[in-house]
Design a protein around this ligand. Structure first.
Ligand code: ZN
Length: 203
């Protein structure tokens, strides 16, 4: 399976990092080795002193497809989840300044937290989902998918022009504002429409 991530998909987060709004969706990949297995802690990697949390709504692909038309995108997923795109912000800043790829800052072991899944039919419309993440009990990120610059069905159509989507692939749909550093012993919990989908300890 592969993990396809979308960057800069909420304007408030683009502003907090002083980035430019992308003309086309910004896309990067994470390998399967970046997955944090269920109930495992996240270990801060030795090469970063500034790992940030980015809570994101996740889409799980349930059939093979390429060149998917947007009007058919909804047929390619039936589960929605929540996860964290962990980012070594210090390393990413160095790579960005040199115009280099981000993988070392985004795709390292443990950089992808995937929480529990909920069937799409049990949730409101995918473009109207409320989600939030708490750090040690305090809300640090809270948003709605209604604020996405590019909505889920458009993203699926877009990425399928480049990558064949396969069963089990996961799309990270971008983070809203409120990203910030994590420290040893922090506990991050993610909620989608009130369902707690992950709880992860930082080590
Ligand atoms: Zn992200």
């Amino acid at each position: 399976m592969k993990i396809i991530c979308i960057g800069r998909n909420y304007s408030d987060h683009i502003e907090e990092l002083a980035n430019e709004k992308p003309i086309d969706p910004l896309v990067f990949l994470k390998p399967d080795t970046s997955l944090v297995l269920k109930n495992q802690p996240f270990f801060i990697p030795p090469f970063s002193n500034d790992v940030h949390h980015e809570v994101e709504v996740l889409i799980r692909i349930n059939r093979i497809g390429k060149h998917i038309q947007q009007k058919f995108s909804h047929k390619y997923y039936d589960q929605i989840g929540l996860g964290i795109d962990f980012t070594a912000r210090d390393l990413q800043a160095k790579l960005k300044s040199k115009g280099l790829p981000w993988e070392k800052a985004k795709a390292f072991d443990g950089a992808a937290v995937v929480g529990d899944w909920i069937r799409k039919c049990e949730l409101p419309n995918v473009d109207q989902l409320q989600f939030e993440m708490t750090k040690n009990g305090d809300v640090v990120q809270r948003a709605s998918t209604a604020l996405m610059l590019r909505k889920v069905d458009e993203l699926i159509s877009y990425v399928s022009q480049f990558f064949t989507l396969k069963i089990g692939d996961i799309i990270f749909t971008g983070t809203p504002a409120g990203v910030g550093p994590v420290s040893v012993n922090d506990v991050l919990e993610g909620f989608l429409e009130g369902h707690r989908l992950f709880s992860i300890k930082i080590k």
